[in-house]
Design a protein around this ligand. Structure first.
Ligand code: AKG
Ligand code: FE2
Length: 207
């Protein structure tokens, strides 16, 4: 077990009724069409492809955004969300979110669990080559909240395994047991942030 400073994991952050309401909003016709279009564009691409839309915070997320502010994860009400859809076999390569999005991402998981891996960003002192050092993984359960901030945001990459199995490693926090296999199912995530208005990558939701 290791720990990365700046990671907060809260299981059952929302209840099943709230999860269903969020799903219903995401699957509502106008939003779902946009997500489905993205998915089709990605289809046949890399196994890491996924459906994604970025938007200013819709009204149906305001209650959760205010709660995140009240709990001091953000200094103001977050104003932006990324909606990601991962089909079985789809993940996301280890990456860092742009500095513009710093300093905090609040990720709500819906529908099914996935494994997120963390890699420390390092530079080889001789070759100056950028390297990544596997640091551990976290099982993200449906309805959970993951906060990535401070060092976890700055000094680590994060990625999502696309395979059906958890690999072995020095597991973080809530990993159930070393050998357990987790079959991937479809998963939705909502990444809520507070970003400057000028960087809103807006796909407007609604009709
Ligand atoms: O879906 C997630 O849990 C994380 C998504 C992510 O890292 C991103 O879109 O930058
Ligand atoms: Fe990310």
């Amino acid at each position: 077990m290791s720990a990365i400073p700046g990671i907060v994991y809260i299981p059952e952050y929302i209840d099943i009724q709230q999860e269903e309401l969020l799903q219903a909003q995401i699957y509502s016709q106008s939003i779902w069409k946009k997500l489905a279009n993205r998915r089709l564009q990605n289809w046949g691409g890399t196994p890491h492809s996924k459906g994604m839309i970025a938007t200013t915070l819709p009204d149906w997320l305001l209650c959760i955004a205010k709660r995140l502010e009240e709990e001091d994860f953000f200094p103001k009400t977050p104003n932006h969300v990324l909606i990601n859809e991962y089909l079985p076999g789809q993940g996301i390569e280890p990456h860092e979110d742009g500095p513009i999005y710093y300093p905090c991402a609040a990720i709500l998981s819906l529908e099914s669990e996935i494994v997120m891996d963390f890699f420390a960003k390092q530079v080889n002192s001789e070759t100056v080559e950028k390297i990544r050092q596997y640091s551990g993984s976290l099982l993200l359960e449906p309805r959970s909240l993951l906060i990535i901030r401070d060092s976890a945001y700055r000094d680590y990459l994060h990625g999502i395994q696309e395979s059906f199995y958890i690999k072995k490693g020095p597991w973080l926090l809530n990993y159930p047991c070393e050998e357990q296999q987790v079959a991937r199912k479809k998963r939705l995530s909502l990444t809520v942030r507070l970003v400057p208005k000028t960087v809103h990558n807006v796909v407007r939701l609604g009709k």
